[in-house]
Write a protein that binds this ligand. Structure first.
Ligand code: MF3
Ligand code: CO
Length: 250
């Protein structure tokens, strides 16, 4: 399957989906506090998505049961919201949300400290991960390669002493949640598919405090760091245009 390029009109529709995702994430982020459960976040997100007239993209995707992925501390991605998972002081939580509106998808993620007591070195992990996302986005120019995006993320993350996850990657997005190409957060400059006008990619660095290794829990979804160190995740959907990268999930 080839990489699908989107028209200006399609990109505008994806911007609408992207704005909804952002509104949901902003709404949910405000509820993050010690004592809240990840299911509290899930319920608030589902209500908000429906209020805004969209549909959740993750629920039912390969039988995933929820509208959010909520990944706490050493959980990297695909943590399943649960009534039993109570957020504590000092925790970090990644919130990943996808929606579909009129056939077009939006997908974004943030990682937030649960309170002020999160250790400074873990706060730095969040800052570096978010900044690495923008390093990748900067490379999303016509004529650059997918490998330029991954290389920029990886170089920045490793220069800061953290490591990028290899087993989970970003992706094309449009009329499906996951389209071609895969967008690794590592790689070599000049490698992989060339970027063309109208491509829309979800760039989503997952960065571990310690070593890059991962494993998946018995629930078959939750990916965690092999060494038990914390992990952060930030994601935007970004269009390649003649004028440069345009973030659709603002
Ligand atoms: N943002 C993640 C991704 O693009 C979330 C997908 S979760 C799933 O892979 F539940 F939909 F699988
Ligand atoms: Co994604």
């Amino acid at each position: 399957m080839a990489i699908v390029c989107k028209s200006t009109a399609e990109i505008e529709r994806m911007r609408t989906s992207g704005r909804i995702v952002r509104e949901v994430l902003d709404h949910v982020r405000a509820l993050v506090a010690p004592g809240a459960t990840t299911m509290d976040l899930e319920r608030a997100a589902e209500k908000k998505i429906r209020e805004l007239g969209a549909k959740p993209a993750f629920k039912g995707y390969y039988d995933y049961p929820c509208v959010l992925c909520t990944s706490v501390n050493e959980e990297i991605v695909h943590g399943i919201p649960s009534e039993k998972r109570v957020l504590k002081a000092g925790d970090i939580v990644s919130i990943d949300c996808g929606v579909v509106l009129d056939g077009y998808y939006g997908d974004a993620a943030i990682t937030v400290p649960v309170d002020e007591s999160v250790k400074p070195e873990v706060r730095k992990l969040l800052e570096v991960t978010e900044a690495s996302l923008y390093k990748g986005i900067e490379q999303m120019r016509v004529g650059n390669a997918v490998g330029d995006v991954g290389a920029a993320v990886q170089e920045f993350v490793e220069a800061n002493g953290f490591s990028v996850v290899r087993e989970f990657v970003g992706h094309g997005i449009g009329t499906k949640l996951h389209e071609e190409p895969q967008v690794p957060n590592f790689g070599a400059r000049g490698q992989g598919a060339r970027l063309r006008e109208g491509m829309v990619l979800a760039i989503e660095p997952m960065v571990n405090f310690g070593k890059p290794g991962t494993r998946v829990l018995d629930d078959k979804w939750t990916a965690v760091t092999a060494d038990g160190s914390c992990s952060a995740h930030f994601e935007h959907c970004v269009a390649v245009t003649k004028e440069g990268p345009v973030i659709l999930t603002q």
